[in-house]
Ligand binder design. Sequence first.
Ligand code: AHR
Length: 502
Amino acid sequence: MKATVTIHRDFTISPIDDRIYSSFLEHLGRAIYTGIYEPGHPTADADGFRGDVAELVRRLDIPYVRYPGGNFVSAYNWEDGVGPREERPTRLDLAWRTRDGNQVGVNEFVDWCRTAGTKPMLAVNLGSRGLDAARNFLEYCNHPGGSYWSDLRRKHGWAEPHGVKLWCLGNEMDGPWQVGHKTADEYGRLANETAKAMRLFDRSLELVVCGSSHAGMPTFPDWEATVLDHTYDAIDHVSLHMYFGNEEHDTLNYLAKAEKLDRYIMTVAGVIDYVKAKKRSKKTVTISFDEWNVWYHSREADKAVLEGDDWPDAPHLLEDIYNFEDVLQVGGVLNTFIRRADRVKIACLAQLVNVIAPIMTETGGPAWRQTIYYPFLYASLYGRGTSLRAIVDGPTYDCASEADVPYLDVAAVRSTAGDGLTLFAVNRHPGEALDLSVALGGFPAARLVEHIRMTHPDLGAVNTAANPDNVVPHKAEGTMVADGALTSRLPPLSYNVIRLAV
Ligand code: AHR
């Protein structure tokens, strides 16, 4: 099987916003408690945050981490998480049927972000609460002092304001499962008034309004049209979410779901353009894809907690154990965001630790990298700069959900400094290697730096605490660059990062 790819230095799609390599931590299961925070753990710092986890997060170089939810935020009182820890209330979390002792709140989270080399993207509760709680939360976080809420923060021990600039106006408000679910008109009006109030405090904030929870929602895409009609002038980004699963145990169909993601992005881009035209606006709202990942392995196991009446503390929930097949899927999703870098300016891998996450922990024990840690790592490290158009001429396939899906999924990135070019390539074919030939237009002096590859004889192979390096990247041989062209042979079902100096 052969595929040719043509790229040219001048055929650019868009600068890539680094924030597409962001992530998400929710008060859910063991994401916070025994995930990032575990006082008494051998690696814990003075505040109780695990050093081993912070180190694995730091290596990913994540620009922003969204917090505190997710569904959790829609019934969350941010005030419960501030002040002396021993006085904080234990609450029932209606979203995940668990208890939360509020030992981590916004102040500790902001501190953890600094430790982990990232920044907070905060969400306000527009489910059970509204404008007033949102503006108080903002003042508590960002005002230097001399007002009720900012002085309270200072009294709690944080003299400096947190300076949080990126805020989500609620979470998945189109979903009937959401506490305080609203119609598009109800939510659009509330989000607009909340955004206006928040901007009265600080004009420079970046605000994210809720789009659809997924492309299969019955209200999609009218939801976006109505919500943007209400909020277009007051907000910057519209939020989308999508999770992927291979419930059908059909690899080709699974990997083709990235095509659906692409259509979802382009449909919402069309709705944005429609509202922009209707409003005669000069501004282009962009997409914050602030929840995405593979999520299906743990769904059955979670029923015990989600349908039970125990209200446990930090139970095992949404602990998907990722396999090698998921590496290919995550690689394909990241490629889609790179190719749509003109419309998608933020994307958050959901989530970061233990809950549908690239990093797993054992309570009192080790932390390790799941299989999907690696494609996310490489995209974050080498996928920054400018997205280049990659024209593919190669074989395609039809499957249950899509037609004409290319076997080769490829994205090309010229580095920010202009001296590097990276190709991220997935060969989706289950049985055939792909002879790849790439015409490198405008890069006459290109030379190979390295070819990193992930393959595995077993699609179901996973990493565990006992065997953390079962699925890891390797250096690949045989890739050549000569006379302005790159040639390589990509094994069946392989994920490839080909780095060139240009
Ligand atoms: O990430 C898990 C959940 O998925 C989030 O809480 C919610 O926003 C989405 O439905």
